[in-house]
Write a protein that binds this ligand. Structure first.
Ligand code: NAP
Length: 293
């Protein structure tokens, strides 16, 4: 099976490397030449466009940014749809709105292309360790065909339901991780403002009912003040907007997501959108006038 890969950023690059290591023929394209250089160096083949990637492939994976990017890659000029053979499976692993995923799936189906929304959780570390959690929406037969490839990228691959269902699961995931990052930042800032060592507080909490992976992983990076992305703040803000837009559409209340989204707005508005989302800790500190050497 030949695979195409588009979107070789923080997440996409290690994912593409796993597919090469597994022995798949891999065709890649990127807007910036520098993005594909590391995978070309280990055997990937360069294509001139997303359409050319599709011509060479049975499955095309995209790992770009937001819905307009997926739409451009799939359906834009020189996009996947222009080069695809009927029956091609396009697996989009970016995080986008469920409605956008469904709409792209319908338009690709008109051209004989199967579309799966397959967003991921696990972050850069999960991508590097091939330990992602992958949540898939779309046709079950296409899912079964793509499964062996997805299993090279993740430890948990779940078919959630029809087209868009993977993105619904990811939105739920982002409620938990977005609010979780806020909660951990709030607790660590509270400890420090109280004159107590936040590292000791975190260590104690790891053994109790407040334990979470976010406390463990993101909490440690907050203590290290390692704000290098990881997961860019503007991307997390995008995901909270997906949650709030969907909640608005359905007329349901998501109060903690709303507060978290406001904090991520402030983070991006203060020019820190390219930092990791955990830099919300530094924002909280500025708001509380807690200073550090
Ligand atoms: P990233 O480092 O910014 O990489 C995104 C890549 O997509 C870049 O290489 C960029 O290409 C490419 N791209 C964006 N728009 C494009 C377009 N219109 N056409 C062609 N290529 C395009 O982002 P990332 O952190 O890997 O995130 C990718 C996706 O995964 C996002 O949807 C994000 O929400 C999701 N996600 C991220 C994490 C995480 O921890 N980072 C975790 C789970 C899910 P160029 O290099 O050519 O500009």
């Amino acid at each position: 099976m030949k695979i195409g890969f588009i979107g070789l950023g923080i997440m996409g690059r290690p994912m593409a490397l796993h597919l090469l290591k597994a022995g798949y023929e891999l065709h890649v394209w990127s807007r910036r030449a520098a993005s594909i250089e590391p995978v070309l160096a280990v055997g990937a083949k360069a294509a001139g466009s997303a359409a050319e990637v599709a011509t060479q492939s049975d499955i095309v994976i995209s790992m770009v940014a937001d819905a307009p990017d997926v739409e451009q890659v799939a359906l834009g000029p020189q996009g996947v749809a222009e080069g695809a053979k009927p029956g091609l499976i396009h697996v989009d692993m970016s995080t986008i709105a469920p409605g956008a995923a469904r709409a792209i799936g319908v338009r690709l189906a008109e051209k004989g292309i199967h579309f799966l929304d397959a967003p991921v959780s696990g972050g850069e570390t999960g991508a590097i360790n091939a330990a992602l959690t992958i949540m898939v929406g779309g046709d079950e037969a296409a899912f079964n065909q793509a499964l062996p490839v997805l299993q090279k990228l993740g430890k948990s691959v779940t078919h959630i339901g029809v087209s868009g269902a993977g993105q619904v699961a990811k939105a739920c995931n982002q409620i938990l991780t977005g609010v979780g990052v806020m909660m951990v930042a709030e607790a660590l800032n509270f400890a420090r403002a109280s004159g107590v060592d936040p590292a000791k507080v975190r260590q104690a909490m790891l053994g109790g009912s407040a334990y979470s992976k976010v406390l463990e992983n993101h909490g440690q990076r907050m203590l290290d003040r390692n704000f290098k992305p990881g997961f860019k703040a503007w991307m997390h803000r995008k995901d909270m907007k997906i949650v709030l837009d969907e909640a608005h559409r359905m007329g349901i209340s998501t109060p903690t997501s709303a507060v978290t989204a406001q904090m991520f707005n402030a983070l991006v508005g203060s020019g820190e959108g390219e930092l990791d989302t955990i830099s919300v800790l530094a924002l909280l500190e500025r708001m509380s006038e807690v200073h550090h050497d």
